[in-house]
Design a protein around this ligand. Structure first.
Ligand SMILES: [Fe+2]
Ligand SMILES: [Fe+2]
Length: 181
């Protein structure tokens, strides 16, 4: 009994908590405790989504144009990265929906909203460099987004941190594959 009536120091009292949860049911996962500027976070995630989609397409194109007999490992690596960038795009889209937004997959505009560039593949070294540059852009962009979010939205922050770790892994793999001049 004592526990049931325990005070909640530093926290919203139980009656208010229940009333607030019931008041804005249409807000879904977003409550009054959400600490970030929701519109700003959604806008930031839309740009990240555009970047991931651009990277997924660039890697996929590079996978197909890379000559398999010369470099099967690199050709496969491009496909693996393409699929992982698409997975990041899906995770970001899911978070945009949780925050009450609609993910923007419009192909007419996402290239212009992407931090990384879409560059068609020609020869292997050029493809490796273009992808490494794009990964380095992603690493810097995600690091800055994580700093901007700080403690205001822990779920978005954890998502961005997990994506950042994967982008760093991608950059490292490309760096290892790049022939030294
Ligand atoms: Fe990614
Ligand atoms: Fe990546």
């Amino acid at each position: 009994m004592t526990l049931l009536h325990a005070k909640r120091p530093g926290l919203t009292d139980r009656n208010t908590l229940r009333a607030e949860a019931r008041r804005s049911v249409s807000d879904g996962a977003v409550t009054v405790a959400y600490g970030a500027d929701r519109e700003a976070v959604i806008a930031m995630l839309q740009n990240a989504l555009a970047t991931e989609l651009t990277c997924a397409l660039r890697y996929r194109q590079h996978h197909f144009v890379a000559k398999s007999p010369v470099s099967p490992a690199i050709k496969n690596e491009f496909l693996e990265h393409a699929n992982e960038e698409q997975q990041h795009a899906d995770q970001i889209a899911e978070r945009i929906v949780q925050l009450g937004g609609a993910p923007d997959f419009n192909p007419a505009s996402f290239a212009a909203r992407s931090d990384a560039e879409y560059v068609s593949g020609t020869e292997l070294r050029q493809m490796l460099i273009e992808n490494l540059v794009a990964e380095r852009i992603a690493v810097q962009a995600y690091t800055e987004m994580i700093h901007a979010i700080g403690e205001s939205d822990p779920t978005t922050r954890r998502l961005l941190e997990s994506i950042l770790a994967k982008e760093e892994e991608h950059a490292d793999e490309l760096s290892d594959l790049l022939p030294r001049e």
